[in-house]
Design a protein around this ligand. Structure first.
Ligand code: PLP
Length: 461
């Protein structure tokens, strides 16, 4: 059986004997240097000490150190022991750039999913919170309505109708703890109604697929192409989960024909459409793509979230439910709404116009970042044809076939945390895999964006 240690702050998973032991140690140490867990100049324990620590032969440690010295990751000098090299060997990509010394751990987070948390509108939120606490009636602090505070449902109904084309009625809106919570509640309802299968986009977030699976539902992939999910391929699923405004992660809007096709499918089969409108506010070049829910509020559940527009840590989301589902969702004992003070704060934030102001200024900032990304790629990596950039907080950078892993490794070398497109692929997807990076441009604070772009361009072929 393989053994594991956490030593030097490095997790070592080692085979008990044979070449696997030396390889395991070498790989773990190399990875620790590469990812910055062992920073430049760090002195490693002597081979005798580390061997005793790990309960393995001293020669094995000495051989692993020698391998890494030969590869340029470590240096060994008489009198100063074995250390992590100050300037380590060439990055594992075709680029000849060297990783700047001092980049000890991922410096820039370009994974999609999180907005710029540094620009959370603290002052305006505080103002709204003060108003919320001051004006909340005593009974607001009780258990209250399972759908959430009426003030927030009313404010959301107005906003969603105006900004997203949702046919929203405060009576059938339900406040939840973000999209994921809403999805769990809906999965429970679907399962209780005898649904076994939910169609999902062949590229999507695996955490959402996992939530459905955990609720006892099978997920089947719908092919995704440049017109979004192929809703014409829907067959006997009881529901379909879609990101119509901005397919996640490929970034295309669902084509109008496919919108019509999915609504027709829902009518024909009684199936339910779950619309994940996670970043609908952020469309840059044209009018935003309205919600699918507007086409048929009886067959579409609209799910929205504050995770992109404000911050995921708020855990605030909402669902516009077909009236026939409200009772079933509320029957679920886990359908507890987020804290009332946060709900009332968001209601104030919406009513005062601060939400619109914040979204408008965030949209402008993200758009500038996107434009800088496009310009930098055009100049420094012209072979990369960036896509999925009309909206949202991430872009897709297609790569030559077979190079995705190599480029992702090079990106890590340059201090970037990024995701490759294959991470999002449904395991049963039938279309050939596409090689690409999914680059989130929301997360780095403004002052770090130029550096992040520079590192990204160095990592690309
Ligand atoms: C595709 C998609 N849906 C929904 C969400 C939001 O999820 P939640 O509201 O649970 O934070 C995200 C956030 O990253 C997302 O990428």
């Amino acid at each position: 059986m393989a053994r594991s240690w956490a030593t030097l702050g490095v997790d070592l998973h080692l085979e008990p004997t044979g070449p696997g032991l030396r390889r395991g140690l070498t790989d773990a140490l190399r990875e620790a240097v590469r990812t910055g867990r062992l920073g430049p100049g760090t002195r490693l324990p002597s081979s005798r000490v580390l061997a005793a620590d790990l309960g393995i032969a001293r020669n094995t440690v000495a051989d692993a150190y020698a391998d890494l010295v030969a590869e340029g990751w470590l240096t060994a000098r008489q009198g100063s022991g074995t250390r992590v090299a100050e300037r380590v060997a060439a990055p594992p990509s075709r680029t000849s750039a060297r990783r700047p010394a001092g980049h000890a751990r991922p410096t820039y987070d370009l994974r999609p999913g999180t907005p710029d948390l540094a620009s959370f509108p603290r002052t305006a939120w505080l103002r709204a919170a003060r108003r919320a606490v001051t004006s909340a009636p005593h009974d607001a602090l009780g258990y209250g309505d399972g759908r959430g505070r009426p003030e927030l449902r009313a404010a959301l109904a107005g906003y969603l109708a105006r900004a997203r084309g949702v046919r929203a009625d405060p009576e059938t809106l339900l406040v939840c703890g973000g999209f994921a919570h809403g999805l769990v509640l809906l999965a429970g309802v679907l399962r209780a109604r005898g649904v076994h299968t939910v169609a999902v986009e062949s590229y999507g977030l695996h955490v959402h697929r996992d939530l459905l699976t955990r609720a006892g539902l099978r997920t089947v992939p719908l092919p995704v192409d440049d017109r979004g999910a192929d809703t014409g391929a829907l067959t006997d699923a009881g529901a379909v989960l879609l990101t119509p405004a901005h397919q996640f992660p490929t970034g295309v809007p669902l084509h109008p024909d496919r919108r019509a096709a999915v609504v027709a499918w829902a009518h024909r089969t009684g199936g339910l459409i779950l619309e994940d409108d996670y970043d609908g506010e952020f469309r840059y070049d044209r009018q935003s793509v309205g919600a699918l829910q507007g086409l048929d509020p009886d067959r579409v559940v609209y799910l929205g979230t504050a995770s992109k527009s404000l911050a995921p840590g708020l855990r605030l989301g909402w669902m516009a439910l077909p009236p026939s589902l409200v009772g079933d969702v509320l029957d679920d004992p886990t359908s507890r709404t987020p804290g009332v003070l946060d709900q009332l704060t968001l209601a104030q934030f919406l009513d005062s116009g601060d939400y619109d102001r914040h979204v408008r200024s965030a949209r402008l900032r993200y758009r500038r970042r996107r434009d800088a990304l496009v310009a930098a790629l055009a100049e420094r990596a012209p072979a990369v044809r960036v896509s999925g950039i009309a909206a949202g907080l991430h872009a897709v950078l297609p790569l030559p076939s077979g190079t995705e892993r190599q480029v992702a490794r090079a990106a890590a070398w340059h201090g970037l945390a990024v995701h490759s497109l294959s991470m999002f692929r449904h395991p049963d997807a039938s279309l050939p895999p596409l090689d690409a990076l999914v680059v989130g441009y929301g997360t780095p604070p403004d002052h770090a964006w130029a550096g992040a772009l520079d590192a990204l361009c160095r990592a690309l072929p």
